[in-house]
Design a protein around this ligand. Structure first.
Ligand SMILES: O=CCCCC(=O)O
Length: 462
């Protein structure tokens, strides 16, 4: 361990309710010795866990899904209190975690069967084998989901997980460990490590840790990948996005308005895959904008614990202030504020800007909150060019009724995903991840489960 990161004492941390500023939960970070012994527990567990059958892993993973469903309300309330997500969306998040557990409980064995490849050998194939202890560094915006989409495939594949969660959602992190423990997973299969960010380096460098997955910002991804790279450890990075929502001239406007409002404003706009840039064909721009504005005006803001609330608060005031700056700077550069624009503490009004150009912060940068800019285009080529003119490459949604156009354009987008007449969303059955500064590697589906495995080549001559 690097001496600079050796810590003998603990640090006290807290989670704070962003809606009312009240303290929710206090916790102490691990000392160096505690951390070392937790990692040893994980490693010891891995040696036994990798020998268990798919049947046994699947039985436990189904139990984890049951545990989530039985305690859905309690877990959802913790999410809502810790990061301000409206309760109906927190309930949906917990439900989705149960789905990913069930998905991998049912499909992992098939996904990881030996893959026969005909050669001149009597028998040749790829054998998928686990690597060991995998570190997950996760953000606060989907505090349960992002962790489960890592943990379910990896536990099913025979790896074990240690988590460094965002410190504002530490109670959620503790509850996730509880889910696995109550489901009957042996101690050490999944551990929440209460750490300060400055301790991450020593964990990545620790010989016990074999690989790292991170969902977060570009600077965090770059730092983690460079430490992992120096130690020849694999990383998967999911680093945010600035997805385009492209409305072509033949789009069904009512349907696309509804979808685009959800794409941008769910989770109070705090999502990597949110549609953040509206690109609208100039011939439908006026009618689309009017309908979009009317729909956004109808979104109910309020107490995140109220079931009717759709727009909650942002997770931290500094994030809301940063968003405010992006809006202000874009207006100074010529964008027109057509709705919202005000902030009070952690609450940010749903905000729409029109006449946005590609040099403005709301176009160029990721806006992580309830703000969207509208830019118009005149041709398919221009739409693709504008969409691709982003450093990010997580996904794009296109809205059109023309199947030929769809076929023609799909290959032209520099993105990890293209969704047609639908918002970009994650689904356990489909790979999820980006290109460009949105990161690399894939989560979910048969692709995600293979990221942290040894794809062992077997060649038996005769
Ligand atoms: O910030 C990323 C959010 C991902 C949400 C999802 O997977 O649905």
């Amino acid at each position: 361990m690097d001496n600079a990161y050796r810590r003998k004492t603990t640090k006290m941390k807290q989670s704070i309710n962003p809606y009312n500023g009240k303290k929710l939960f206090e916790f102490n970070t691990l000392t160096e010795n505690d951390l070392e012994s937790r990692l040893k527990v994980s490693h010891q567990r891995y040696l036994e866990w990798k020998e268990t059958s798919f049947e046994e892993r699947s039985r436990l993973m189904h139990k984890a899904a049951e545990q989530l469903r039985q305690n859905k309300k309690r877990y959802a309330e913790i999410i809502t209190l810790e990061m301000g997500k409206p309760i109906s969306q927190s309930l949906a998040e917990v439900e989705k975690c149960a789905w990913v557990c069930e998905y991998y409980a049912e499909h992992a064995e098939h996904q990881l069967r030996d893959e026969i490849i005909e050669t001149d050998a009597a028998s040749s194939y790829v054998k998928y084998q686990p690597l060991g202890v995998i570190l997950a560094i996760m953000p606060w915006n989907y505090p349960f989901w992002q962790v489960f989409r890592f943990a379910a495939p990896n536990l099913m594949a025979g790896n074990v997980g240690v988590l460094k969660h965002a410190s504002n959602v530490m109670q959620s992190a503790e509850m996730i460990q509880e889910v696995f423990e109550k489901a009957g997973f042996p101690k050490g299969c999944f551990q929440n490590l209460i750490l300060d960010s400055e301790q991450i380096k020593s964990v990545i460098e620790n010989d016990i840790v074999q690989a790292v997955t991170l969902t977060g910002s570009k600077p965090a991804g770059a730092s983690v990948a460079s430490i992992a790279g120096a130690n020849i450890k694999k990383t998967v990075l999911e680093l945010g996005g600035s997805n385009g929502l492209i409305i072509f001239d033949d789009a069904d406007l009512d349907q696309s308005v509804t979808t685009c409002v959800n794409a941008r404003f769910q989770n109070t706009g705090q999502s990597c895959i949110a549609g953040k840039r509206l690109l609208v064909h100039e011939s439908v721009a006026d009618s689309f904008t009017q309908k979009f504005m009317d729909k956004v005006k109808g979104l109910k803001s309020g107490n995140p614990l109220d079931e009717q609330t759709y727009i909650g608060v942002m997770a931290r005031e500094d994030l809301a202030q940063e968003l405010e700056q992006q809006v202000k700077a874009s207006i100074e550069m010529g964008a027109k504020l057509i709705l919202g624009g005000h902030r009070k503490g952690t609450y940010f009004e749903p905000t729409i800007l029109s006449e946005v150009t590609a040099d403005m912060p709301v176009f160029k940068e990721e806006t992580f909150g309830p703000v969207i800019g509208i830019t118009t285009f005149q041709s398919d080529e221009e739409a693709v060019e504008l969409s691709n003119r982003s450093e990010f490459g997580l996904g794009v949604s296109i809205f059109t009724e023309d199947k030929n156009r769809v076929k023609e354009l799909i290959g032209k987008f520099n993105e990890g995903a293209v969704f047609v007449n639908e918002l970009v969303k994650s689904d356990p059955r489909l790979p999820f991840g980006g290109v460009k500064i949105s990161g690399y590697g894939r989560e979910l589906s048969s692709h995600g489960i293979k990221e942290f495995l040894n794809k062992k080549t077997v060649y038996i001559k005769n």
